[in-house]
Design a protein around this ligand. Structure first.
Ligand SMILES: Cc1cc2nc3c(=O)[nH]c(=O)nc-3n(C[C@H](O)[C@H](O)[C@H](O)COP(=O)(O)OP(=O)(O)OC[C@H]3O[C@@H](n4cnc5c(N)ncnc54)[C@H](O)[C@@H]3O)c2cc1C
Length: 697
């Protein structure tokens, strides 16, 4: 029988306190370069970012004896600590009932294509250890009475490999990992934003020698930018995703990621064409995904025009009240927009309909005090007239209540509580929402040890391009844990590189300061605001769920113009404390050009609709059909099978950005065999896998 969960238990899963950071180590050393007096901290490895992925890398490295430090723009900022969904999900091997097969799980992870088979397998195998070690550190994952982990089905997941501690799962992950980092005494430099990777050497032997960061509180007359240099031979980029790329976004505020920084460092980026978009409340208010039980409660969805008139717009798309209501429910586990789900009256017709309403200047709401209104000429909504899968689920969940708010309260009381925390009472008022950008599947190209194309630089979590076209819900958090561990294992095994000579540091630091000074121009006509507006509106208006070939080409050309102008004029910087923001917006403008370049390349080469983006084309072979007729303005190209096996890479060449393609890595197929493979583990040969070298056009 279902039990009522006491308020204090729910509150503890929602209000997750973060530990107090220890005092920072003092910076005793410094260098005077070009009139800038730059403090220096020396260690073997730096982890840039303190989300779930970065903390995991730092903890695992420290436990292997590595002298590692963490630098972070904001200790408990980023998506792990600040974002959520109905239930934040962790994707793991399903050990609860029928067992799991790692190859099956790897196939599910890579099912959308453009995914390296070895990476998918690494994530599948590593998930067991990631989850068990999180439990060991105190993550309260739910269990049944016999110790099996409670699981459920989520997006792109046919088996039910999702588990959750509630809406703050990833924040709880940050909490337990942060406690462990503090327990291990890892130096933590907060409000310290990495802005330039420092390298020595040339060509294939170019190597990380440090990271230059900015701290507003470090500004002095002889260090006007507040620079601080971390001299290290291993750098783990764990800066999260580029949430600020889009205006319509469910990322928390201030998520810049590190794509621009990686481009400037000469690293390869991969799969930038692939993102996730879906319904949620935007970051201007309380950024939250409306997946899971929010939609499984089947609220009424409607829009309001400028004159205040209400529109039951979904009734123009679905043929019956049952079809409409069942598809609202399915958004629960088919949350991300997917082009093919716009066909056959599927659940992404809802995203399309909302997108069109918003484009027409209407605001869209979810009302938990009304069941969906009927489709014209059909019967009213009834819990007895739902598709079989939907009726069965609600029956099993015991959600027989007449109103959506009561069904929601019954299935997931935390979901109501959560909005209340931000002064939004969804039990009393309709909730405004939209289709937003939520995740970057691509990122810095890495191998199975999280090594980037730049020697000594690793990337983990959302900063890394380890996902393909789709990803099962929860696979992002799992990938961050698995690859964070792998990066730490690798850098600990190879040990520190020979210490970089001071001449290298002096020269590199001088070059980096020159580059920074060229961007920070108090008198420039370009402001942070104007770069932000240009980048965000371009990305949301032309590179969202519907992409038109000419539009994308024009957006790319405009993005290049913006970067050219920034290169010529710099960006105005008004206040001393703005240095990091100015540099991050310059990097964001580069990241936006890189995404559009990859997208334009994909579309111009004939690429079709996949994952989060429909390639809208009058000559396309698919047309979504609504009750009101064919949606000709959304005719789109279908995906070409061959593209599933290929990945697009972008990097910054000497003159301009360059693009290349490579086939996804295929698993070699040989089964592990104990006696044969043990020596490679004992001697450390497992860490020696060759890095792929790529040719650019
Ligand atoms: C609304 C929403 C719901 C989601 N739901 C799920 C889910 O249910 N399951 C799932 O698997 N995934 C989900 N995701 C995605 C997932 O939360 C993220 O991919 C994941 O948390 C990223 O973790 P991370 O450690 O890589 O980055 P983050 O947690 O974003 O951390 C990045 C860190 O880097 C720091 N940083 C950034 N730039 C710099 C810099 N230049 N210098 C120094 N520090 C820097 C930040 O301060 C922060 O500490 C969701 C995302 C959103 C937005």
């Amino acid at each position: 029988m279902a039990q009522t969960v006491p308020e204090e238990i729910l509150a503890a899963l929602t209000d997750v306190e973060m530990p107090k950071l220890p005092e920072e180590p003092a910076l005793f050393d410094s260098l005077m370069v070009q009139g800038h007096h730059v403090p220096i901290y020396r260690c073997s490895a730096v982890v840039m970012g303190s989300g779930a992925a970065g903390l995991r890398a730092a903890v695992e490295a420290r436990r292997r004896g590595v002298n590692v430090a963490i630098i972070s723009q904001s200790a408990w900022g980023g998506t792990s600590a600040c974002s959520g969904s109905d239930k934040q999900t962790l994707h793991t091997a399903n050990t609860a009932d029928l067992g799991d097969n790692f190859q099956d799980m790897a196939r599910a992870i890579g099912a959308g294509g453009a995914m390296d088979e070895d990476t998918a397998y690494v994530e599948a195998v590593g998930s067991v250890r990631a989850m068990a070690s999180l439990q060991f550190m105190g993550l309260p994952l739910p269990q049944d009475a016999l110790g099996g982990t409670l699981r459920y089905q989520t997006d792109h997941d046919e088996v039910g490999r999702a588990t959750s501690c509630g809406p703050r799962t990833s924040r709880l992950m940050v909490q337990v990992l942060a406690r462990e980092a503090i327990r291990l005494g890892i130096p933590f430099f907060n409000q310290t934003t990495g802005v330039r990777v420092l390298t020595a050497g040339a060509g294939d032997s170019r190597q990380v020698i440090g990271i230059l960061a900015v701290r507003a509180r470090g500004q002095t007359p002889d260090n006007p930018y507040g620079l601080v240099m971390f001299q290290c031979s291993h750098l783990v980029i764990a800066a999260g995703g580029p949430g600020e790329l889009y205006r319509d976004s469910v990322f928390p505020n201030g998520c810049f990621g590190a794509l621009g920084l990686a481009l400037q460092a000469g690293a390869d980026l991969v799969n930038l064409t692939e993102s996730q978009f879906g319904i949620g409340t935007r970051r201007e208010g309380f950024p939250w995904n409306l997946s899971g039980t929010y939609v499984q409660a089947i609220p009424h969805i409607y829009s309001v025009d400028v004159a205040g008139g209400e529109h039951h717009f979904l009734a123009d798309y679905y043929r019956s009240t049952q079809e409409l209501a069942s598809n609202i429910f399915r958004k629960g586990y088919q949350w991300p927009f997917h082009a093919t789900r716009m066909l056959n009256y599927g659940s992404s017709l809802i995203d399309l309909a909302i997108h069109r309403e918003v484009a027409a200047g209407r605001r869209v709401y979810m009302d938990f005090n009304r069941n969906p209104l009927p489709v014209a000429g059909d019967l009213p909504f009834s819990l007895d007239r739902l598709d079989d899968d939907v009726r069965a689920y609600l029956g099993r969940a015991g959600a027989h209540h007449a109103q959506p708010i009561d069904r929601l309260r019954h299935m997931n009381p935390l979901s109501i509580e959560l909005y209340l925390r931000y002064k939004v009472d969804i039990a009393a008022h309709p909730l405004e929402f939209a289709v937003n950008n939520q995740h970057m599947n691509g990122g810095i190209a890495v191998d199975t040890w999280a090594r980037s194309s730049l020697n000594g630089m690793y990337a983990v979590g959302e900063a890394a391009g380890t996902h393909g076209v789709t990803r099962p819900g929860g696979a992002a958090l799992n990938a961050g844990q698995v690859m964070g561990t792998r990066a730490a294992e690798h850098l600990a095994a190879v040990g520190p590189n020979a210490p970089s000579v001071d001449a290298d540091i002096q020269t590199e630091l001088g070059r980096a300061i020159e580059q920074i000074a060229a961007v920070l121009k108090p008198e420039s006509s370009i402001s942070v605001r104007s770069v932000k507006d240009a980048v965000q509106s371009r990305m949301s208006d032309h590179a969202g769920i519907l992409c038109r070939p000419d539009d994308v080409a024009q957006a790319l050309s405009d993005a290049k113009d913006l970067n050219q102008q920034i290169a010529e004029k710099g960006i105005a910087h008004m206040r001393a404390g703005e240095v990091a923001r100015v540099l991050q917006w310059q990097q964001m403008a580069l990241a936006s050009e890189a995404v559009l370049m990859a997208l334009n390349h994909y579309i111009a080469s004939g690429g079709g609709s996949r994952g989060a983006r429909a390639i809208v084309d009058d000559a396309g072979d698919c047309t979504p059909i609504a009750r009101s007729g064919q949606l000709e303005d959304t005719r789109f190209r279908s995906e070409r099978a061959a593209d599933k096996a290929v990945q697009i890479l972008v990097r910054m060449g000497a003159e301009k950005m360059e693009i290349a393609t490579r086939p996804s890595r295929i698993m070699k197929g040989e089964k592990p065999f104990f006696e044969r493979d043990w020596p490679a583990w004992l001697t450390g040969a497992v860490f020696d896998a060759e890095k792929a070298v790529l040719a650019y056009d």
